[in-house]
Design a protein around this ligand. Structure first.
Ligand code: NAP
Length: 311
């Protein structure tokens, strides 16, 4: 049993890192497997304003750097590998990555969610050529250009405000005539002279050969379509898509109970499989935030400890 972990955590976002911190402090033999880089969505978030104790104007990457360092301090193992297959039934769970096979008594799933695309023609082809899902990564490319932000939730409005640092004008294109975003964020956006709104509108295609040159927007009330073309001098504009997220749960299909792709847990983060827990944005929940993901992680690691010790 010496090569068998007590806990394997899948995903290094706030939920996974918090689970790692609690598991490490409980002296559980713990492995965290992350595909690319720690942080999940927070790694590409410019500013976090609502994590308790967060320093003013501190960025997502900086918060994650501190979380990662704190987790590793408590002695967990960490690898950067892509999980390809999971076998979650039975007392010993098996996780196969591109490089290795690991075994564990418990698994904490913290693989989060990926940005949802609009799904219209031209979008995929022009990713990185004007279409982006990350303002922190790509905002600076649009210095003094026009930018369209698609969506009306917290992410769209928050990132729209951030993009005004670079863009000469930001237009938020939303499918209804009322934003979903928190009131506080709305107030920021409405007060910003660089932000305009295009209500009751959806993007139905994106055009351009090597770079975004235009897009077609449809009025959701009248069905009327209109073409938006890049200013002649600019030659292009930015399209930042923030229309929600899709849970990263394909790996667990057929093994775990889900609703609409999100994993169902009880309030102790337990799934329908003994010894398997899910935390953060991948689970069915009302509030998806750093603080709730971190809380989920703490609960899951504590429950994994209880499960292993039989208490
Ligand atoms: P979200 O809350 O799911 O909002 C998605 C937005 O995109 C909605 O306004 C939705 O319109 C629109 N939308 C969805 N599908 C669309 C489509 N196919 N075409 C056009 N528009 C579409 O997603 P989110 O803003 O990324 O937020 C995700 C979670 O993270 C939320 O729980 C949010 O509270 C949280 N978050 C929090 C903060 C913060 O606290 N500072 C920051 C970012 C995110 P409808 O409104 O009409 O449905």
């Amino acid at each position: 049993m010496e090569n068998i972990y007590d806990v394997i955590i899948l995903g290094g976002g706030p939920g996974g890192l918090s689970a790692g911190l609690y598991a490490g402090r409980s002296r559980l033999k713990t492995l965290l497997i992350e595909k690319a880089f720690d942080g999940g969505q927070i790694a590409t978030t410019a500013e976090i304003e609502n994590y308790p104790g967060q320093m003013e104007h501190d960025s997502g990457p900086s918060l994650i750097e501190r979380m990662s360092a704190q987790t590793v301090k408590f002695g967990i193992d960490k690898v950067y590998e892509t999980v390809e297959e999971v076998q979650l039934d039975g007392p010993i769970k098996t996780i196969k990555t591109s490089e290795n096979t690991y075994q564990s008594k418990t698994v904490i799933i913290a693989t989060g969610a990926n940005p949802r695309p609009i799904g219209c023609p031209g979008e995929k082809e022009l990713i990185g050529k004007g279409v982006s899902y990350c303002a922190t990564c790509d905002g600076a490319f649009f210095e003094d250009l026009e930018v369209y932000v698609i969506g009306g939730g917290d992410t769209a409005v928050e990132e729209g405000v951030y993009l005004t640092r670079f863009a000469r004008k930001v237009t938020i294109v939303h499918r209804r005539d009322e934003l979903r975003a928190a009131k506080y964020l709305q107030e920021h956006a409405f007060a910003n002279p660089k932000i305009d709104f295009m209500w009751n509108s959806v993007v139905v295609d994106v055009k351009g050969d090597e770079i975004v040159e235009g897009m077609t927007v449809e009025d959701t009330k009248t069905g009327e379509r209109r073409e938006i073309l890049a200013d002649e001098e600019d030659g292009t504009f930015g399209i930042f898509v923030f229309v929600g997220f899709v849970p990263n749960s394909g790996l667990y299909e057929g093994q775990i109970t889900m609703e609409g792709g999100y994993i169902v847990t009880d309030e102790d983060m337990k799934t329908n499989i003994d010894g398997v827990f899910a935390v953060g944005d991948i689970r069915v929940k009302t509030l998806r935030q750093v603080v709730t993901a971190a809380a989920d992680g703490a609960i899951a690691a504590t429950m994994a400890d209880k499960y292993i010790s039989g208490h």
